[in-house]
Design a protein around this ligand. Structure first.
Ligand code: ADP
Ligand code: 5GP
Length: 186
């Protein structure tokens, strides 16, 4: 069987990392795409596992060198997916898991069509998303405000994607997400 590309896309604060961490643990067969970012590392994050944390000048150099299959500016920081990771995964027929914003999801769809399956995770409401961001306590007020405003726009895009999972109750949401992933991997 050839590998599949599973792209998880969700507004910041929806609970995507929570669901993804569980998915990664339960499905070690999925190769996790570690993105590059210029955003500062949060408490609890590890360089090389959650992201490759790089300086803006290094990121821009890597754009010029064609290191990214897609990259985007999200919430005022750069994020990018390694071209080499995807090429090698495809060559070896591996199934790959990505965490991308709507721009990245659109880029992967354009490049890979139905081979890239986009799962959009939606919050119960923007108010609940804001509450989750504030309770998480990892971002400054102005960062949260920017993420909430972006979330309003991103949620409008949800019907453009292959699957939607509502993250209301986290266990139920995980069950729905895992069922979709298993269906894609069949
Ligand atoms: P994201 O990766 O989408 O930015 P996180 O996974 O960091 O979001 O979740 C944001 C916050 O919301 C975290 O504190 C997390 O524990 C919490 N959270 C995640 N899912 C739920 C849920 N279904 N109900 C309530 N809180 C949740
Ligand atoms: P966070 O800073 O909360 O980890 O991520 C912010 C946003 O950037 C999320 O929507 C996440 O999906 C997105 N993101 C993470 N890595 C990439 C990437 O490589 N490319 C794109 N386009 N978006 C990414």
């Amino acid at each position: 069987m050839t590998g599949r590309m599973i792209v998880i896309c969700a507004p910041s604060g929806t609970g995507k990392s929570t669901l993804l961490n569980r998915l990664k643990k339960d499905h070690p067969e999925l190769e996790w795409s570690v993105s590059c970012t210029t955003r500062p590392k949060r408490n609890g994050e590890t360089d090389g596992i959650d992201y490759h944390f790089v300086e803006t000048s290094d990121f821009e150099k890597q754009i010029e060198e064609g290191m990214f299959i897609e990259w985007a500016k999200v919430h005022s920081n750069y994020y990018g997916t390694s071209q080499r990771f995807v090429d090698e995964g495809l060559k070896l027929g591996k199934s790959m898991l990505f965490d991308l914003d709507v721009q990245g999801a659109d880029a992967m769809k354009k490049l890979y069509g139905t081979d890239a399956q986009i799962i959009f995770i939606e919050p119960p409401s923007v108010e609940e998303l804001e509450k989750r961001l504030r309770l998480r306590g990892t971002d400054a007020n102005h960062v949260i405000n920017e993420r909430v405003e972006n979330a309003r726009k991103e949620i409008l895009r949800k019907h453009d994607y292959d699957h939607i999972v509502l993250n209301d109750d986290v266990n139920q949401a995980y069950g729905r997400l895992e069922k979709i992933v298993k269906g894609i991997l069949l």
